[in-house]
Design a protein around this ligand. Structure first.
Ligand code: HEM
Ligand SMILES: *[C@@H]1O[C@H](CO)[C@@H](O)[C@H](O)[C@H]1NC(C)=O
Ligand SMILES: *[C@@H]1O[C@H](CO)[C@@H](O)[C@H](O)[C@H]1NC(C)=O
Ligand SMILES: *[C@@H]1O[C@H](CO)[C@@H](O)[C@H](O)[C@H]1NC(C)=O
Ligand SMILES: *[C@@H]1O[C@H](CO)[C@@H](O)[C@H](O)[C@H]1NC(C)=O
Ligand SMILES: *[C@@H]1O[C@H](CO)[C@@H](O)[C@H](O)[C@H]1NC(C)=O
Ligand SMILES: *[C@@H]1O[C@H](CO)[C@@H](O)[C@H](O)[C@H]1NC(C)=O
Ligand SMILES: *[C@@H]1O[C@H](CO)[C@@H](O)[C@H](O)[C@H]1NC(C)=O
Length: 306
C-alpha cells in the first residue's frame, strides 16, 4: 500500500477506536480499523507502522496526538536517562555472534530515512533490513496476526531465544522498560486503546523484563528457550528464576557454553505457507511449564494468563 493511502486510511479511522472484541487478535482488529481489509499485506503494513514508529519516533501524520520519542533517540524512563543508540551503531561489542561479543552496525541500511518511508531499510542485503524485518515478524506473532506465516506475512526468520540475542548487552531495567514503553506509545499513537496498550505492555514486561526467567516458547512452532532480555543486576527476578541457566549475566563466556547463533544475514524470503488463523484461537499455554507457544493465543490472552 502506498504511504499516502496508508495515511489517508489512518486519518479516516480518526482517534475514536471502539472496544476490540475479546476473540479478535489485536493485530487483526487494528488492521481492520486502520487499513480496512484484513489481509496479510495489510497486517504486515500495520506491523511496519508500529515497529518503525517505535524505533525512530512518530513520523506519520496525522497521529492521535501522542508523541513517541523512539528507541534510537535518547529519552528517560522513570526519571533515568536512557540511550540505546550505541547498541545499534557498532559502538559497543554487544552482539552475540557464535557466543562471542562483537560490534555490529545495525543501521547500515540508511538508518531512519527509509523507516520514515515505511520501509525497513534502503537495501535488502543490509543488516538493518534483517533486523527490522525480524521485528515486524516477531511482533506480528506476538500480536496474534492471523496471517502470520502466510503469503505476504513472512514468519519470523531470526533467532528464537531472546536471552541469547541480548546476552552481551547487559540491559538493565530502565533500558528494557524504555524499549517497551516506546512500543506501547507507538501503538497508542495509532489509536490503540489504553486497555490493549496495557495488555501488550504487561505481557512484554512479564516475558522479557525480568532476569533469569525459565525457558519458554514464544513463537508458533518453537521450542522452550531462555527469553529474559533484562539481564543486569537491577532487573527484577522472575518467578521460578533459573539464574544458573543464564551463566553470563553480561559477562563474557567461552563459546563452548553459548548456543550457536548466526549473524543477521539481511536476507528474508517470504514464506508461502497457508494461513495459520486457526492456530491463534487456542487458549494460552502454561508458560511456566515451558511448553507450548505463548503467541499461539496472541499477547492479550497471554497477559490474562500470566
Ligand atoms: C521487549 C523488549 C525487546 C524485544 C521483544 C526485543 C526483540 C528483539 C528481536 C526479535 C530481535 C531480532 C533478533 C534476530 O534478528 O535474530 C532483536 C534484536 C536486537 N535487539 Fe532487541 N528486543 C527488546 C529489547 C531490546 C533492548 C532494550 C535493546 C537495547 C539496545 C535491544 C537491542 C537489540 C539489538 C542491538 C538487536 C540486534 C541483535 C542481533 O541481531 O544479534 N533490544 N530484539
Ligand atoms: C479490499 O479487498 C477487496 C476484495 O479483495 C478489494 O476489492 C478492495 O479494493 C480492497 N480494499 C482495500 C482498501 O484494499
Ligand atoms: C509527533 O507527535 C506529536 C504529538 O502529536 C506532534 O506534536 C509531532 O509533530 C509529531 N512529530 C512528527 C515528526 O510527526
Ligand atoms: C543505504 O544507506 C547507507 C548508509 O546507511 C549508504 O551507505 C548506502 O549507499 C545506501 N544505499 C542505497 C541503495 O541507497
Ligand atoms: C547493500 O548492502 C550490502 C551490505 O551492506 C552492500 O554490500 C551492498 O553494496 C549494498 N547495496 C547497495 C545498492 O547499496
Ligand atoms: C507450524 O507447523 C505446522 C505443521 O508443521 C505448519 O503447517 C505451519 O505452517 C507452521 N506455522 C508457522 C507459522 O510456521
Ligand atoms: C561451561 O560448561 C561447562 C561444561 O558444561 C561447565 O562446567 C561450566 O561451568 C560452564 N561455564 C559457564 C561460565 O557457564
Ligand atoms: C513455578 O513452578 C511451579 C512448579 O513447577 C509451577 O506450578 C508454577 O506454575 C510456576 N510459576 C510460574 C509463574 O512459572
Amino acid at each position: 500500500m502506498r504511504s499516502s493511502t496508508i495515511l489517508a486510511a489512518i486519518a479516516a479511522a480518526g482517534s475514536a477506536m471502539a472496544q476490540r472484541p475479546a476473540d479478535m487478535p489485536i493485530c487483526d482488529y487494528y488492521t481492520t480499523a486502520l487499513l480496512k481489509n484484513n489481509t496479510a499485506a495489510n497486517q504486515y503494513t500495520l506491523l511496519t507502522l508500529l515497529v518503525n514508529t517505535a524505533v525512530i519516533g512518530n513520523y506519520t501524520k496525522p497521529n492521535v496526538g501522542i508523541a513517541v520519542t523512539g528507541i534510537l533517540n535518547k529519552g528517560t524512563y522513570k526519571g533515568e536517562e536512557v540511550n540505546l543508540l550505541p547498541y545499534f551503531t557498532g559502538e559497543l561489542d554487544s552482539t552475540n555472534f557464535n557466543g562471542k561479543a562483537i560490534a555490529v552496525n545495525f543501521l547500515d541500511g540508511g538508518g531512519a530515512a527509509p523507516l520514515m518511508l515505511n520501509m525497513p531499510a534502503n537495501n535488502s542485503s543490509s543488516i538493518q533490513y534483517g533486523l527490522i524485518t525480524h521485528l515486524y515478524q516477531f511482533f506480528g506473532a506476538l500480536l496474534g496476526c492471523s496471517e502470520y506465516g502466510a503469503m505476504g506475512f513472512p514468519s519470523y526468520k531470526g533467532k528464537t531465544s531472546m536471552g541469547d540475542v541480548h546476552r552481551f548487552m547487559d540491559l538493565d531495567a530502565s533500558e528494557v522498560g524504555y524499549f517497551i514503553m516506546q512500543v506501547g506509545l507507538s501503538a497508542a499513537s495509532f489509536g490503540v486503546t489504553d486497555d490493549d496498550v496495557t495488555a501488550v505492555g504487561t505481557a512484554l514486561t512479564k516475558l522479557f523484563d525480568y532476569k533469569c526467567a525459565p525457558p519458554v516458547a514464544i513463537l508458533p512452532n518453537s521450542t522452550a528457550e531462555l527469553q529474559s532480555i533484562c539481564q543486569a543486576e537491577d532487573c527484577p527476578l522472575a518467578p521460578n528464576a533459573t539464574c544458573a541457566a543464564y551463566p553470563l549475566m553480561g559477562m563474557p563466556t567461552s563459546p563452548a557454553n553459548a548456543s550457536v547463533t548466526m549473524m543477521p544475514t539481511g536476507t528474508m524470503m517470504p514464506s508461502a505457507t497457508s494461513s495459520t488463523a486457526s492456530m491463534f484461537t487456542g487458549a494460552a499455554q502454561a508458560i511456566g511449564a515451558g511448553v507450548g507457544s505463548v503467541a499461539a493465543a496472541g499477547l492479550f490472552a497471554l497477559a490474562l494468563a500470566l
